[in-house]
Ligand binder design. Structure first.
Ligand SMILES: [Zn+2]
Length: 473
């Protein structure tokens, strides 16, 4: 039988066991950053065609630099720093190619050559790498990490052992793995703690198995990031408005700063910082969303998830001020990749269905020309009224499975205060908002604390949600 192998990462904090150990670790990371900087300098000068630097990026004599540091870092670590820098440059060239390729929408920002890890005067960024065979991790009651250190550093700190030992704080996500990759170690200045990430390969028997063979369908957009309907009758709505608004504000600020740059320049420190901030924010929210959603679907016994195209976003909200690259960046490609990756852990499969279908179809009478979408609400001349994106995910689900989804209750306004009894809660969508840390809703006595059940017909009454058509500015 073929074993499935999946790449995962354990990230954890590490603590030196003594002050001498901490100083040694700092010196090690500082020297790693210094070697990175020296190598990068040689390559960057050649990339920029500076006088006195012969040849191209790959002609720099980085082997000599590696040799200079091997007694400090250890031969394997010096080699690994050099390789990591080479990979960064290769990645840069690939991204640059993708950026200039109009048919490729995966790279949306003009890529920058690899940067420096601080400098000697202002302090270097304490960051290093350790070759996969130059460290060991032991998981258990007292988890620990041991790694190779060069002789010069050991002598300087009177360290008799050939390896530096660090205590690991907390438990790993993936304690059982087939193989480990290159370790990254860095000092987290915000939390004042050392951290490490350990890439691992795990086999698929660590995956979960779906509990049943239910199906879910997702409608993905920018204002409502995900609207989801399951064959068990559950509905989830993940709000993206506030998040998306900030994304757009940052994008606009970047454009403003770019317009002020001199000829021949496409970036500045400030612009790069804004890009990083924007990316970090998006990644954090998307990762958390994938985890939250997939765990819910797993509990529902879902084994297949269908993802529809980005119909609403492409049709209505963007066109003027943003280009195709931007909405791909925001919503679709990265998001579906992330979702597939998380789903894989639970043994859930993701199917992307790109066939054209309309989010304007009435689920009651099937008409597409008698419906009207206003903000989040879809209404039809036949009397239907419902949340447009949730309705779309439901129609999409029915189309994929050929089954009718249990209809959702839609109380008239006089019943609103009564509709949230325990029995009924099951029949209304759970709505989640991003609060910079997690996806949550206001808790309701009958729900789990993270959820908020919302009747789709009341969505407009919520000031947050009914923020108007500001997206069409
Ligand atoms: Zn209708």
């Amino acid at each position: 039988m073929l074993a499935w192998l999946m790449k995962r990462t354990n990230t954890f904090a590490v603590r030196p066991l003594s002050e001498a150990g901490e100083q040694l670790l700092r010196d090690l990371l500082d020297a790693s950053a210094a070697l990175w900087n020296e190598i990068n300098y040689q390559r960057l000068m050649r990339y920029n065609d500076e006088d006195g630097f012969e040849g191209d990026v790959w002609d720099a004599d980085t082997g000599a630099l590696e040799g200079k540091y091997k007694d400090v870092l250890g031969a394997s670590t010096a080699q690994t720093v050099r390789r990591a820098n080479s990979e960064a440059w290769r990645g840069f060239f690939e991204n640059k190619k993708k950026f200039h390729d109009k048919s490729n929408t995966s790279v949306t920002e003009h890529p920058e050559p690899p940067g420096f890890r601080g400098n000697e005067d202002d302090g270097r960024v304490l960051k290093g790498v350790v070759r996969k065979d130059a460290y060991t991790v032991e998981w258990g009651d007292r988890s620990r990490l041991e790694m190779v250190v060069g002789k010069q550093l050991r002598d300087k700190h009177n360290s008799p052992k050939s390896r530096l030992r660090l205590e690991i704080v907390g438990d790993p996500n993936w304690p059982d793995y087939e193989d480990q990759g290159r370790l990254e170690l860095w000092y987290d200045e915000t939390d004042e703690v050392f951290r490490a990430s350990q890439p691992v390969t795990v086999s698929d028997d660590t995956r979960n198995t779906p509990l049943a063979s239910e199906t879910a369908a997702l409608d993905i957009g920018a204002n409502n990031l995900v609207a989801c309907t399951t064959t068990t009758g559950e509905k989830y709505l993940y709000e993206g408005r506030k998040l998306f608004q900030r994304f757009r504000d940052t994008t606009r600020e970047i454009a403003r700063l770019q317009s002020k740059l001199g000829d021949g320049r496409y970036s500045s420190k400030r612009i790069r910082r804004l890009y990083r901030k924007r990316t970090r924010r998006r990644d954090h929210a998307q990762e958390a969303l994938c985890r939250d959603l997939i765990e819910r679907l797993y509990q529902e016994g879902v084994d297949t998830v269908y993802i529809g195209g980005l119909t609403d976003v492409l049709e209505t909200h963007w066109s003027v001020e943003t280009n195709a690259k931007t909405h791909n960046f925001w919503a679709f490609k990265k998001f579906t990749e992330r979702l597939a990756c998380t789903a894989e852990e639970y043994g859930i499969s993701i199917e992307v269905r790109s066939e054209a279908w309309t989010s304007k179809e009435c689920p009651q009478c099937g008409s597409t020309d008698r419906t009207n979408r206003h903000q989040d609400t879809l209404t039809c001349l036949c009397g239907f009224e419902g949340h447009a994106d949730l309705t779309a995910s439901e129609t999409f689900l029915e189309r994929q499975t050929g089954q009718t989804v249990r209809p959702m209750a839609r109380p008239v306004s006089s019943e609103i205060t009564d509709f949230r009894d325990a029995e009924n809660a099951q029949r209304f969508p759970a709505r989640f908002e991003w609060d910079d840390h997690q996806w949550s809703g206001k808790s309701h006595p009958h729900d789990s604390p993270k959820e908020q059940r919302t009747d789709p017909s009341t969505v407009h009454r919520d000031g947050n949600v009914a923020s108007g058509d500001s997206q069409a500015v």
